[in-house]
Design a protein around this ligand. Structure first.
Ligand SMILES: Nc1ncnc2c1ncn2[C@@H]1O[C@H](COP(=O)(O)OP(=O)(O)OP(=O)(O)O)[C@@H](O)[C@H]1O
Ligand SMILES: [Mg+2]
Length: 248
């Protein structure tokens, strides 16, 4: 088997707070093989975004090793981290984060252009088609619905064929119909691109898109199992509630 895309060992991270320090991630170890789709669940403040930001090279670990795509990102220089983020990671956030003065296709191409990489016209057309925005490719973001904006963000994250896609509550601002469309799209893209996906969500129906679900509580992984253990989101939801109550 090939080495995992993500290999995290004994990761710790603290933040300064008014009175001292709070440890937000405590001894996290995690491996994600190539092509696996992992959902991360946990209460507000449990450290989900902090973990994602460390995996994406936006935040440094205090202790432990974080190896992504064969590189120890804890020991990389700022310049190397910038290149890593741009070339190897696709980010998708709750707030879409599109550039308002650029069109749909310019937003999709922006990270690649910034990295000096050419995306072929055929690859751009195929991606725009895949996310269902062929008729809106010259539109400006503020004329798009929330679901359409998120599809632009997804195309932008995936056009560079990253090793790892990180999504932080990507459906948090979407209605149920757009959430369902997003699920079909994510699973399709995940299958065809073969990169690892890590998706943070509060919603059990969204977590069910993944191969595996990890539950964080107070900065620790308190459960980790395949979603195939659950017949559906209802069962995952009651497991999740139980896990949070049982965990120390
Ligand atoms: N830059 C920072 N400085 C100080 N404290 C921080 C910082 N970033 C996060 N924290 C704290 O770390 C804890 C975990 O935050 P994090 O954003 O990882 O939680 P989360 O699980 O993503 O929560 P939510 O579900 O609300 O998004 C919180 O208590 C938060 O206030
Ligand atoms: Mg968060």
């Amino acid at each position: 088997m090939s080495s995992p895309v993500i290999s995290v060992s004994r990761l710790k991270r603290s933040f300064k707070s008014g009175t001292g320090e709070v440890t937000v991630l405590k001894d996290i170890s995690l491996a994600v093989p190539q092509g696996e789709f992992v959902a991360v669940m946990g209460a507000s403040g449990s450290g989900k975004s902090t973990l994602l930001n460390i995996l994406g090279g936006l935040l440094s670990p205090d202790e432990g090793s974080v190896v992504v795509d064969g590189r120890d990102i804890g020991s990389m220089s700022d310049a190397a981290l910038t290149v890593y983020r741009r070339d190897r990671v696709g980010f998708i956030f709750q707030m879409f984060n599109l550039v308002g003065t650029l069109s749909v296709e310019e937003n999709i191409l922006l990270p690649s252009l910034a990295g000096g990489r050419r995306v072929s016209a055929a690859a751009l057309d195929a991606m725009i088609e895949k996310v269902g925005l062929s008729h809106r490719r010259h539109a400006m973001p503020d004329t798009l619905s929330g679901g359409e904006q998120q599809r632009v963000a997804i195309a932008r994250a995936l056009i560079s064929e990253p090793a790892l896609v990180l999504a932080d509550e990507p459906t948090g601002n979407l209605d149920s119909e757009n959430t369902r469309l997003m699920g079909d799209l994510f699973q399709d893209l995940h299958r065809t691109q073969g990169c690892a996906f890590v998706l943070v969500t509060h919603a059990p129906d969204v977590a069910m898109w993944a191969d595996r679900v990890i539950v964080l509580k107070d900065g620790r992984i308190v459960d980790d199992r395949p979603t195939t253990e659950f017949p559906g989101p209802v069962e995952l939801s009651s497991f999740y509630e139980r896990t949070l109550n049982d965990a120390l």
